[in-house]
Design a protein around this ligand. Structure first.
Ligand code: TMP
Ligand code: ASP
Length: 236
């Protein structure tokens, strides 16, 4: 498939059209952003690490029966994906309190959430991704009730599959964010699953191994992502 012109430049990935209208090329850049794009830095190797990491995780999810947009690894930092009509909300599942939940509810980081919680956020940097509920999503026509139910079901399924995968590598999956879209009417997992969009703590020491290292200026960001990959048996 031939790569064509740029369709969209996100904060960490650029999306290109191809000569087939059903497929896109995702280019994972080294750009790393936090706080809705207010903090941006280039981190060596991050595009490559996240591209390969995403391909690995999406394949695990496919094996578990979750349809994803990923088709093929094209190069170190590019992948071929299905072109989805994206639903403009983010699906977040939390197994432990962290991040915005602690700020919003004044709870301590690390409190276990039983059962895990589910939250929707509107994808809108200018508004700082406000939390929205099912009614907002239906009333504004962002998704149907059936699609909402399916997004919840699939996000919890991903939580089950990946909590176990990371636990086997000595890590705790604290929380994560997913984005879905429609491909020929079917709900499909899009965007990415990388340490940029989840929280992972070492099971023994609780050391942070995800983008919180960047948000909090802890250093060793890409090194931590590489450690996560290594623990899952992924050769980069
Ligand atoms: P939060 O604690 O900032 O709400 O984030 C919860 C999880 O979702 C965390 O792992 C980071 C991820 N996330 C993103 O990757 N991008 C986003 O825009 C948001 C709101 C969350
Ligand atoms: N993904 C968002 C950003 O890049 C939010 C975050 O990760 O802090 O700004």
């Amino acid at each position: 498939m031939q790569k064509r012109e740029e369709l969209y430049r996100g904060k960490a990935k650029t999306v290109y059209l191809t000569d087939n209208e059903d497929y896109l090329v995702l280019h994972f850049r080294n750009d790393t952003s936090a706080f809705d794009g207010q903090k941006v830095e280039q981190l060596q190797r991050k595009g490559m690490v996240n591209n390969k990491f995403n391909f690995f995780i999406m394949n695990k999810l496919e094996e578990a029966g979750v349809a994803t947009q990923v088709e093929e690894l094209l190069s170190d930092d590019e992948a071929l994906v299905k072109k989805l009509d994206m639903i403009p909300v983010e699906c977040v599942v939390r197994n432990y309190a962290a991040g915005s939940m602690c700020r919003r509810l004044g709870v301590e980081e690390g409190i276990p959430l039983t059962p895990p919680t589910f939250e929707f956020f509107l994808k809108n940097d200018e508004l700082h991704d406000p939390m929205v509920n099912d009614y907002h999503i239906v009333s504004f026509g962002w998704a149907t009730e059936a699609q909402i139910a399916k997004m919840k079901e699939l996000t919890f399924k991903v939580n089950e599959v990946l909590s176990k995968l990371f636990a086997d590598g000595g890590m705790t999956l604290v929380d994560f964010k997913l984005e879905f879209g429609l491909f020929k009417g079917e709900l499909v997992l899009g965007d990415e699953f990388t340490p940029d969009g989840c929280r992972l703590w070492d099971k023994e020491t609780n050391e942070k191994m995800d983008k919180d290292r960047f948000r909090q200026g802890l250093g060793g960001v890409v090194e931590a992502y590489e450690e996560v990959a290594g623990r899952l048996g992924l050769m980069l």
